[in-house]
Design a protein around this ligand. Structure first.
Ligand code: 6AU
Length: 278
């Protein structure tokens, strides 16, 4: 059913105050402070490109999104450099790991292995497909470290199975664990979905939305793009996640990358201003 919560019409800074999870609060505060709802997804293979792009887009973003397992020649110094850049430019780190296994396994994948994700990523995400045990497993590691989790309630790709009761049950799962689950990867506002009338009136999940592009409508592999305005103003999402729209085809064109980050930041922020003014 439709949401009665109007949290999404309030300012990010105002919403930060009501968040109990430290990662959620820090994200919303960063958005307010830096006046940006842009998250750049740096899906590059070479560590040098990865770090150069992050340094270039840093001033325009609230969050950097990584796929750490894409990097060639991974070494721990990349994480140290990433953390230095996060401090220098004042942004948070989101590892897009998309955990999808039983609680016991994901707890180990999150804490240990090559990447030790929980030790550096403020936010990570998981598919709700295994049921609540995945949240319990990840929370056993991440909650004590003040991390936050996003559930993938909807995907951006054509033909995605994340719809109907699947999406509804993802929201119910988050509601039960809302100390650790801070929001969703989704294409629209999720507050109130599946709740009984009168319930969940004040809930305020943060919605991070991929599938954002100003030039293309999609790619050759099922990705679908909407504009920042459609996503933030019309669908009530909070953070726009942009990958190729920002880093483009020529990873050495740092000026172009910086200019595109600035453009997406402007588009996302003006859509947000229009939303809270309405
Ligand atoms: O802007 P793009 O298309 O270059 O990149 C979009 C990024 C990629 C995807 O792995 C990710 O967003 N993504 C996700 C996430 C963030 O979980 C979910 C989804 O439904 N679609 C999607 O593209 O790094």
């Amino acid at each position: 059913m439709a949401s009665t919560s109007t949290a999404y019409k309030r300012s990010y800074g105002d919403r930060a105050k009501a968040q109990s999870n430290p990662a959620a609060r820090a994200l919303l505060e960063t958005m307010e402070r830096k006046k940006t709802n842009l998250c750049v997804s740096v899906d590059t293979v070479k560590p040098a490109d990865f770090l150069a792009i992050i340094d270039a887009v840093g001033p325009y973003i609230c969050l950097i999104k990584t796929h750490i397992d894409i990097l060639e020649d991974f070494e721990w110094s990349i994480i140290e450099r990433l953390e230095e850049l996060a401090k220098k430019h004042d942004f948070l780190i989101f590892e897009d790991r998309k955990f999808a296994d039983i609680g016991n396994t994901v707890a180990m994948q999150y804490a240990a292995g090559v990447y030790k994700i929980a030790s550096w990523a403020h936010i990570t995400n998981a598919h709700p497909v295994p049921g609540p045990s995945i949240v319990k497993g990840l929370s056993s590691i991440g909650f004590p470290l003040q991390r936050g989790l996003l559930l993938l309630a909807e995907m951006s790709t054509a033909g995605a199975l994340t719809k109907g009761t699947y999406t509804e049950e993802a929201v119910q799962m988050a509601r039960v664990h809302n100390d650790f689950v801070i929001g969703f990867i989704a294409q629209r506002r999720m507050n109130g979905i599946g709740a009984a009338p009168g319930e969940a009136q004040d809930e305020d999940f943060i919605i991070l939305t991929p599938g954002v592009g100003l030039e293309a409508k999609g790619d050759a592999m099922g990705q679908q793009y909407r504009t920042p305005r459609e996503v933030v103003l019309e669908s009530g999402c909070d953070v726009i996640i942009v990958g190729r729209g920002v880093y483009g085809k020529d990873l050495s064109d740092i000026d172009g990358i910086r200019a595109r980050a600035e453009r997406y930041r402007g588009e996302g922020w003006s859509a947000y201003l229009e939303r809270i003014a309405s």
